[in-house]
Design a protein around this ligand. Structure first.
Ligand code: GLU
Length: 468
């Protein structure tokens, strides 16, 4: 497959949208550029005693808001171009969903499967050490999070390393996606997939768009395929199926399966855990190649793996009516045009996968406030609700049973508040995108999302940060 320059792809989308804004050319160039690119290499002592050089990056794309924010990716495909593109996408994503951060991204060029847990810990701690040393991490500076190949475990190591080096009251806010015991937040693991579900639900509720696609409004009974069963793909599929959609195709590293009768997600996960593969599951048929997943009949295709998966080479073969970009950059700029031409609805990555950083923002707020959401008001709310219920009982003469009382007087805890904040954010952002789409008479959500982000960032740059 041709190698795509990912940052160039992002900038193509940027330029298309920038034409609809009134910013000075210099301001637009400033928004596009990566402000700082840090490339580091360091030695790793492997378990067998040998020494290997590890390469890593941290890119801060935009300092229009601080701190900057974005995940750290562990993959053998990581390079500077990819890290820059992903950092830029973070700036646009944060602006779009009104998360007050600039964009950043980190990458370490390793294949996680080739290292033991203790080697991964040494790599993570040394990488963090390099970030601390050069001022590329801190609660008010740059706040990493999980991405492809990393998770709560790595974030815990990052926090611990930072804390050992810095005497910082807000240390817990230096990284998000941490284990709950270390200042993490309930709902962060599920957040990106949960946001994907909310986003798809919003898109499927726009009657005009569904009419144009020849689909009924609503998630129920829609068929979908997913590429990647990692954290994002799994959770997106889980919430989609819970809402009544039908999973009919899955692609993973080992291959792809398709079953129009439906695939039981939990059973598939268990099967894969046991056999090490999705192939041979139930009544599904194996596809000749994992990229064949894009050619299968379904209403919604959810690419939830890596960038540049749908390109000019295969865009014409994509049958799904809706492409929900759970991954960052899964569709190249040319492929986007080709699919748009045939009337497909593409829900862009900057919106679609923003749930992760939205909940990261809630986690960061929790950590700088040093208090768990719901701690101050849960009992108080429950007491107030109970008073109302007691009044209702005395007016109506009806007595509620214990189960009713529990349901009616339930006060929101952290998980409820995080979920509600995420849902609200996804609804508001979708409305903003569709409003801009109407305003400019566009038939393209990506351009509308970019216009929205450019406007918000451009205003900041116009007002500040340029020395006279
Ligand atoms: N890596 C995720 C993303 O691409 C989350 C970033 C964050 O939470 O800071 O959006």
């Amino acid at each position: 497959m041709a190698k795509y320059n990912f940052f160039e792809q992002v900038n193509k989308n940027f330029d298309k949208a920038a034409a609809y804004t009134k910013f000075d050319k210099g301001i637009l160039s400033q928004i596009k550029m990566c402000n700082t690119v840090y490339h580091v290499s360091f030695p790793l002592r492997r378990d067998d005693g040998s020494v290997e050089v590890i390469e890593g990056w941290r890119v801060e794309h935009s300092h229009h808001k601080m701190p900057t924010k974005g995940g750290i990716r562990y993959s053998h495909k990581v390079d500077e171009d990819e890290t820059m593109a992903l950092a830029a996408l973070m700036s646009y994503k944060c602006a779009l969903v009104d998360v007050p951060f600039g964009g950043a991204k980190g990458g370490v060029k390793i294949s996680t499967r080739s290292y033991s847990e203790s080697e991964l810990e040494r790599i993570t701690r040394r990488y963090t050490f390099e970030l601390v040393k050069k001022g590329f991490i801190g609660p008010g500076v740059d706040v990493p999070a999980p991405d492809y190949g990393t998770g709560a475990r790595e974030m815990g190591w990052i926090l611990d390393t930072y804390r050992q080096m810095k005497d910082d009251l807000n240390a817990e806010a230096c990284v998000t996606g941490k284990p709950i015991s270390q200042g993490g937040i309930r709902g962060r693991t599920e957040a990106t997939g949960r946001g994907v579900y909310f986003g798809i639900r919003e898109a499927l509720n726009v009657k005009k768009d569904m009419d144009a696609l020849g689909l009924e409004v609503g998630v129920e009974d829609k068929t979908f395929c997913v590429q990647g069963l990692g954290n994002v793909g799994y959770h997106a599929s889980k919430y989609m199926t819970e809402a009544g959609a039908k999973l009919i195709g899955v692609a993973e590293i080992e291959g792809a399966i398709y079953d129009p009768a439906g695939i039981d997600l939990e059973a598939l996960m268990a099967y894969r855990k046991e056999t090490g593969s999705i192939i041979g599951f139930g009544t599904s048929k194996e596809l000749s190649d994992n990229s064949m997943i894009f050619e299968m009949d379904c209403d919604i295709m959810i690419p939830a793996a890596l960038e540049s998966q749908i390109t000019a080479e295969n865009a014409n073969k994509v049958k799904a009516k809706i492409i929900a970009e759970a991954a960052n950059g899964p569709v190249t700029a040319d492929a986007h045009e080709m699919m748009k031409e045939r009337g497909a609805l593409i829900i862009p990555d900057t919106y679609m996968n923003a749930g992760g950083v939205v909940v990261s923002y809630f986690e960061w707020l929790k950590d700088i406030q040093h208090v768990r959401y719901g701690r101050m008001n849960k009992k108080f709310d429950e007491g107030s609700l109970l008073k109302i219920v007691r009044e209702l009982e005395s007016i109506s003469g009806k007595a509620y049973n214990t189960a009713d009382l529990e349901r009616l007087t339930y006060g929101a805890g952290e998980a409820d508040l995080v979920d509600s904040g995420l849902e609200e954010t996804m609804i508001t952002a979708y409305n903003q995108i569709t409003e801009i789409r109407e305003q400019h008479n566009l038939n393209d959500l990506r351009t509308a999302a970019f216009i929205n982000a450019i406007q918000k960032i451009g205003i900041m740059y116009e007002q500040m940060g340029i020395f006279p």
